[in-house]
Design a protein around this ligand. Sequence first.
Ligand code: SF4
Length: 220
Amino acid sequence: MTAILTDADLTAVSASMERATPEEIVGWAAATFGERLCLTTSLTDAVLVDLVARVAPGTDVVFLDTQYHFPETLDTLDVVRQRYPVKLRVRRPDVPMDDLWRTDTDACCAVRKVAQLDAALAGKEAWLSGLRRDDSPERAGTPIVERDRRGLVKVNPIANWTDDDVALYIQLHDVPVNPLVARGYPSVGCWPCTQAVAEGDDKRAGRWAGTGKTECGLHL
Ligand code: SF4
């Protein structure tokens, strides 16, 4: 155990970091948790990977390969692998491809995403995510630092960034972006459960569209 932070500590740290840069937030997380920190990325873009590569390159970077990713997402994974000297770990579920996503998306996400993340976080104390408050109404209250359902510390370095902030960072740092973003997919998930959205729609409106489901469970 490298750090013992109470919920009150986390609330205070989170409030104190509202005006910090993402570099400062990632730096705090790396200094606090060291090797017990990891990043998870869905590769809609590689902003968080770029941040970690610049600030804390020894951090594990985890990509959950559900076996249902778009080819464009796997291409983006290859670009990231070649571009960044990070400790990239790809986790795949130990189950064959099936059609569970047709009948029970919660069960499918539980096996292919949530269980894989739980396994990736074994032995960790904290993880970084790219959640942002303006991703969706459900994410509007995302703090910079919080406690997750496992009791781990979850750090969201760009929680208070806008779309313009993300676009500027991508431009300034020449960050790889999933080609699907330019084709109307501002949030990229698995191909059976992700549709393009119309201009002005909620960024996550294309995820499990028409089902009432809004999250896969990784961030609940
Ligand atoms: S997003 Fe769809 S295909 Fe991917 S794990 Fe969840 S239910 Fe399965």
